[in-house]
Design a protein around this ligand. Structure first.
Ligand code: HEC
Ligand code: HEC
Length: 475
């Protein structure tokens, strides 16, 4: 019995020799049972602490649900990571277009590195709105930039920055001698910027923010060989350069490759503003003219604008009178083998919907005025009828005729539905450069409010208009 005691580690009172045989057997049985139950408790406690066995230990519907919840959370985490990678770094094989066809990489490296022309220095790159991710730079380089010791006029520095994968939305492929073999673009080119934490144009990534400094037209114009674009549009190079030159910073024309219209009837560029890609969860239709859902548009852009290699189907483009270029080029039904886009669409959409609209910085608006503006927005000014808080667009079919918002129908008629989409307004403070409405026709928020005031006969006084503007800045 003492042997058993020591094995179990249990102290029992020292037995008295006067016990009967029956009593002794009973005591042994009790001690044995005690020992077994202690061992079981210890064993279960040990198992419960190891995470792998936790699911088995749980019983009952509530606990099973938790196990499923964990799986969903792990899945969501993976989707987020994959989507971020795709958004920032995936070219979907579009190097074939931007590099091999347009030869843009040769203009970037310049004649000194085997390309053409003077090359693109970091200062030139920053001037056309390209941004540099400070987190991709080694600490020593950050220090040297801070001390002004990096030559920002040398295209060699641009090549080094591309090689470090630090230029937002630009992916370089390099030859063994460090010259560029090709380049491709990613979503991050137009839909992210940086916080300028190191210097203007160099800082931490802000995914989803509209890059309103980016001059896409000027960048594409640098291409040594624009024949792919002239062939597609059926015009000469001078015309293509005139169209690209008219875009200006923050603009791009996603419909140019569909209908070939470079200019509006009034002679202004047909390009539209680059919108933010954050704050879109809960919003039904996307782009200023509501082409489709987020994932429709992602597939559209990846295949037809970036010229990646995937699959895209949208029979609405098979309309030779409305979309002559797209109909000619067969954009309504695109197939590529291998398909480098389709498998990335789920995570890309997931990531985009996860991007929150940024909150306005402290002190960037007048709180009291914004509170008064909120009442106007929801009441007298009637804004909330369409911009329904907290989505700030309509739950449901968020589309309106041009007449309903008091503007011309040029851009609406370049889309299948011929309507304008109610813009979700969250984070509107972050993209005030370049103006408002799809083409930036209103330079300031006050201009937007004044437009509604006149067009809808709202009878707002000047102080009321200013309150409304402060509210818009607070969203
Ligand atoms: C060359 C610049 C450029 C690139 C690259 C680009 N976009 Fe866009 N994006 C635009 C422009 C311009 C629009 C507005 C089009 C319109 O309203 O007709 C837009 C619209 C959008 C919208 C709609 C936003 C809204 O308010 O509904 C989403 C979503 C989007 N892009 C996602 C992407 C994704 C994902 C990628 C990469 C696969 C990408 N974009 C690549 C310029 C770009
Ligand atoms: C009939 C529905 C409707 C009403 C009412 C309405 N809006 Fe809009 N709003 C729209 C549509 C549609 C657009 C997109 C127009 C475009 O892009 O050309 C828009 C665009 C905007 C924009 C531009 C956002 C950007 O990023 O460019 C602002 C700001 C805005 N509205 C504020 C307001 C305010 C303030 C009111 C009330 C005075 C108001 N809206 C009333 C439908 C409406």
């Amino acid at each position: 019995m003492s042997k058993l005691n020591s094995v179990m580690g249990i102290c029992v009172p020292k037995k008295r020799s006067s016990l009967t045989r029956r009593e002794k057997i009973l005591a042994r049985v009790i001690i044995l049972l005690l020992g077994v139950s202690v061992a079981t408790v210890c064993w279960r406690a040990g198992r419960a602490q190891t995470p792998n066995n936790r699911d088995e230990e749980r019983r009952g519907p509530e606990r099973n649900e938790n196990a499923v919840d964990e799986k969903i959370e792990r899945h969501a985490g993976r989707m987020l990571e994959q989507g971020r990678e795709t958004f920032r770094y995936d070219t979907f094989g579009d190097e074939d277009f931007w590099g091999n066809t347009l030869q843009l990489h040769r203009a970037i490296e310049g004649v000194r590195f085997g390309g053409v022309g003077p090359g693109v220095s970091p200062n030139t790159a920053l001037a056309v709105g390209l941004k540099v991710d400070v987190d991709a730079l080694p600490q020593s380089l950050v220090q040297r930039i801070k001390q002004g010791k990096v030559n920002l006029d040398d295209p060699a520095t641009t090549l080094a920055l591309i090689k470090l994968n630090s230029v937002l939305g630009i992916q370089g492929q390099f030859n063994p001698d460090s010259s560029l073999r090709s380049i491709g673009i990613t979503c991050a080119l137009c839909h992210s910027t940086v916080d300028n934490s190191l210097t203007s144009g160099v800082g931490r990534r802000l995914d989803g923010w509209a890059n309103r400094d980016l001059n896409v037209g000027a960048i594409v114009s640098l291409a040594p060989d624009l024949s792919a674009v002239t062939n597609l549009l059926g015009v000469d190079e001078a015309t293509v350069k005139k169209v690209l030159g008219a875009w200006g910073p923050g603009h791009f024309d996603a419909e140019l490759f569909m209908d070939g219209q470079g200019f509006r009837p009034d002679g202004k560029t047909a390009a539209t503003l680059i919108p933010p890609a954050f704050g879109l969860a809960g919003v039904n239709l996307h782009t200023s003219t509501g082409w489709g859902s987020v994932t429709h548009w992602n597939a559209f852009v990846a295949n037809l604008e970036m010229h990646g290699k995937g699959t895209f189907y949208d029979p609405r483009l098979n309309d030779p009178s409305k979309f002559p270029v797209a109909a000619r080029a067969g954009f309504a039904d695109v197939r590529n083998t291998p398909d480098l886009i389709t498998s990335k669409l789920p995570a890309l959409q997931f990531y985009q919907l996860a991007l929150p609209a940024p909150r306005p910085p402290d002190g960037s608006f007048d709180r009291a005025a914004a509170a008064r503006g909120e009442s106007l927005f929801n009441g007298q000014a009637g804004c909330a009828v369409c911009h329904v808080p907290p989505l700030f667009t309509e739950p449901g079919w968020n589309m309106h005729t041009p007449a309903e918002v008091g503007i011309d129908d040029f851009q609406a008629r370049r889309s299948p539905d011929e309507h304008y989409r109610t813009t979700p307004l969250k984070g509107v403070w972050s993209h005030q450069t370049g103006g408002f409405y799809h083409d930036g026709r209103f330079a300031t928020l006050l201009d937007v409010v004044s437009h509604y005031n006149e067009f809808k006969h709202l009878g707002l006084t000047d102080p009321q208009k200013r309150d409304l503007v402060e509210y818009l800045k607070s969203l």
